[in-house]
Design a binder for this molecule. Sequence first.
Ligand code: ARG
Length: 299
Amino acid sequence: MSVLTTVLTTALTPVLTTVLDPVPEDAARAPGRIARPRRYLMCPPDHFEVSYAINPWMNPDTAVDVALAGRQWEALRQTYLALGHEVELIAAEPGLPDMVFAANGGLVVDGRALGARFTYPERQAEGPAYLRWLSQAGLTSAVEAVHVNEGEGDFLVVGGTILAGTGFRTHPGAHAEVQELFGVPVISLTLVDPRYYHLDTALAVLDDSNVAYFPGAFSEGSREVLRRLFPDAVLAHDEDAAVLGLNAVSDGYNVVLASAAVELAEALRHRGYNPIGVDLSELLKAGGSAKCCTLEIRA
Ligand code: ARG
């Protein structure tokens, strides 16, 4: 074998492997993808309805099947439990139909919690409700926020960095507040498409060093920041973003996402992740999917 052939063969091997190898079926067999058990907080959709519109997905004239929403939410909870994650519950409060979207309730990093301060009056009472829960969750601290922030809707932890969204909900002042409180570098990203009003509707954290996102949801500068930070990111198409496929929850290997996001699931599988589809059609009527229903408690 000539030197050139050797070089070419070596260079081509990873490419050919990606294309020709069968899809990995099992956690243990995906090199480098390690599932880490998580602690989640969820809120049952007991009082869920679409009675106001604060994002383009919501139409108060659309009928919501509350019983079906309950079954879909329960299937999501069971999915987490089957993956070995812990799921804690906060009681839903009457008059707070969006409280099911637990991700917005706060941000918990290294056992410290920052409460949410909601943009719209319709959701403002959720802030203190979630903070009460966080205050009794055995964390080191739980503090009230100064600036408007919608918790993990706009703050996503990627390893030792926090990505922070702004443009529709969370105030940029909250980005500095989070950096100061947690001592973790915060990268501000600007959202420009009203369908993707929270960062977690346009970007999914896959593990401690990579993400999937829909470039069209971000300002030009933010797209460039994402390209620099995550050159190997999984890029989602409009079709998958538009079913909130990026509103996904990953444990490092298993990625729980809307079952309608078919191409995104395929792309994740080719990268060695294990996509798990869930149907949350009723919650989608309020502009939420799997991640929205899930707050990670990083103790
Ligand atoms: N109807 C809710 C709102 O507009 C949906 C929140 C979805 N949550 C999320 N983490 N993206 O605020």
